[in-house]
Design a protein around this ligand. Structure first.
Ligand code: AVI
Length: 328
């Protein structure tokens, strides 16, 4: 990739380096979370390059039905989805990750003009973009390294009339609370006004299936969860003993969400960036919620954000769903 793309409407070279926006504040957020009672760390901090690679491993686990189900939904309905998304679009992906799913869309879309993946993990984004770039040489690829839960700047559209479509797969929207999800949808709909959003959403289902998906037998999800502590050791000079914490994840049916924690197995003091933080035995650090929706409850959320839910697809077992929401 070479040559920056201007942020005006002037046509630009088709290869651009990832533009990096804001420092993601891991040190401050982590320490703030450790000083709170109960302790918690925002789940976006899972995704340094180690965490992103562990998440890719999770996606291939037999228990984690989400990725393969969403991919098969996308493949099964690719032509119909491509027709709805339209021709000559600029596709913006929020939390782009491994860029696997977008390939199914790019292959089905007619003359996609640009692809703008946004991700918090800069090294990882650069790596996956290099591979995509090699496979789609004619596509304008304009990666943005940013935390999309905070204000960020997008490259200017190629033409004033360009239709922009947002892609938000993987049920990452489930990692927001419902109120945060509405706020995100409102912001995203402003970005794609006149177009829409294609969103993958995990569905409410049998608790055993959900509990297994977040407690895999190979311990990859546990390693992903504990990578938060390993990351603090690497980046903040902390001295967490990873064996002194347990991974815990369970389905809270009343609130339709998986809750994930790191539980201290003993009374212990940990040094973090020169500060001593005390953990008591059994004390839990809340690391993630993963909300599950029904087709109806997600459509209601979209209406609340001012979007129009036009179409939803789900697999025969009703494990996972894709939604097309129009932004008028
Ligand atoms: C990225 N996100 C949708 C995943 C989820 O299922 O909530 C993150 C994850 N956490 C544990 N396993 C996977």
């Amino acid at each position: 990739m070479s040559g920056p793309r201007p942020t005006t409407g002037i046509p630009a070279p088709s290869r651009a380096p990832a533009r990096v926006q804001h420092d993601h504040g891991f040190a401050r957020a982590f320490l703030d979370g450790m000083r709170r009672s109960p302790k918690r760390v925002p789940c976006k901090y899972f995704y340094d390059s180690v965490g992103s690679a562990l998440f890719d491993e999770i996606c291939d686990l037999p228990e984690y039905y989400q990725t393969r189900t969403e991919l098969s939904l996308l493949s099964a309905h690719a032509d119909e989805i491509a027709a709805i998304l339209g021709t000559d679009i600029e596709l913006i992906e929020f939390g782009a990750g491994s860029l696997t799913k977008v390939r199914v869309l790019l292959d089905a879309l007619e003359r996609p003009q640009a692809y703008i993946p946004i991700d918090i993990s800069g090294d990882y984004l650069a790596k996956v973009c290099a591979a995509l770039d090699a496979d789609y040489p004619a596509l304008r690829l304009d990666p943005v390294v940013a935390d999309f839960t905070r204000p960020f700047v997008l490259p200017a559209p190629i033409h004033d009339t360009a239709r922009r479509v947002g892609f938000f797969p993987g049920s990452t929207i489930g990692n927001f609370s419902p109120d945060e999800a509405v706020a995100f949808l409102k912001t995203a709909s402003g970005i794609v006004r006149g177009g829409g959003l294609l969103i993958g959403v995990d569905l409410v289902k049998d608790a055993d299936i959900l509990n297994a998906a977040y407690n895999d037998t190979r311990g990859v999800t546990a390693a992903f969860n504990k990578n938060l502590l390993a990351r603090a050791n690497r980046e903040l000079g902390a001295n967490f003993d990873l064996d002194a914490f347990a991974h815990e994840a369970f389905y809270n049916a009343a609130d339709s969400r998986i809750e994930m924690y790191l539980v201290s197995l003993l009374n212990q003091d940990v040094q973090i960036a020169g500060e001593t933080i005390a953990f008591s035995r059994g004390e839990a650090v809340h690391t993630e919620d993963s909300c599950k929706y029904t087709l109806e409850s997600f459509a209601a959320l979209a209406w609340k954000a001012g979007l129009v839910p036009r179409q939803a697809w789900c697999d025969p077992q009703q494990l996972f769903s894709m939604h097309w929401l129009e932004a008028d």
